[in-house]
Design a binder for this molecule. Structure first.
Ligand code: UDP
Length: 235
């Protein structure tokens, strides 16, 4: 289905993992995007970004907003697939089969994320990591040297999606790249995730307003602008 002209695939986490298994086996390169409300607002004004989202091999709704408004645009979405949950489930399923590289977030955060992931699977194949504030050429060089199959890119949107679109073909070993936003911040524990009950109620935005007020712009766009654009497109 499409929400405000952006394709979203109606798969739950388990179905997404099955799809990813087939991606990893077919010998081609793939990328996945995880749009939440702010993505649709950004895509309205950035056609290059919208095209990148629509060309993704899989587009999974990371946010409560798109799920809530999806019935207005066709079939309702089954539910959210959150970036953090996808990363954890992906590592749980493929830790011994495929090699991983974590690219993004502040110095030390990727390392803390790796430490957290390896707690459960100490022999997990994590071949490299890099903070998200290095030159593209340095990142490409390191990724090509360590030859991962799964590349997790946490540079925030729309930077990470553009980075993947621009560079994936230069990363010969990579079979799957995913824009994971702030997932490393959450997995490493550097940013506190809203409690499950708050997530389920769709009130993460309120949690962010209280605990991370500097993110007011994202919250405004997700909570006010996205519903406004969705409502406007209906009339
Ligand atoms: N980030 C980065 N390089 C940059 C800009 C941002 O690595 O040039 C990281 C930032 O440290 C944070 C993540 O990208 O870990 C963005 O998280 P945010 O939650 O803002 O992203 P979103 O999920 O909203 O796309």
């Amino acid at each position: 289905m499409h929400i405000l002209g952006v394709r979203v695939d109606n798969l739950n986490l388990e179905e997404s993992l099955d799809k990813i298994s087939s991606f990893l086996a077919d010998g081609r390169q793939h990328y996945i995007v995880l749009p939440y409300a702010d993505f649709f607002v950004e895509a309205e004004k950035d056609s290059e970004f919208k095209e990148i989202l629509n060309k993704a091999d899989l587009s999974l709704a990371d946010g409560f907003g798109p799920v809530l408004f999806s019935p207005c645009f066709g079939e309702g979405l089954k539910g959210r697939v959150m970036g953090v949950d996808l990363v954890l489930a992906l590592f749980e399923k493929f830790w011994d089969k495929n090699s991983f590289f974590l690219f993004g977030a502040a110095e030390g955060t990727a390392q803390a994320t790796v430490d957290r992931l390896l707690q459960d699977h100490p022999f997990g194949k994590i071949v490299g990591m890099l903070n998200g504030f290095v030159a593209d050429s340095a990142a490409i060089e390191k990724i090509n040297k360590t030859k991962p199959e799964i590349l997790l890119v946490g540079l925030g949107m729309p930077k990470q999606e553009k980075w993947i679109a621009q560079n994936l073909s230069k990363l010969l070993s990579v079979k799957l790249a995913i824009g994971v936003g702030g997932a490393f911040d959450f997995i490493s524990g550097r940013v506190r995730r809203a409690p499950k009950i708050v997530q389920r109620a769709g009130l993460e935005w309120l949690w962010r307003v209280v605990f991370y007020p500097s993110r007011w712009k994202k919250t405004w766009r997700s909570v006010i602008i996205f519903p406004w654009l969705a409502a406007r497109s209906l009339f």
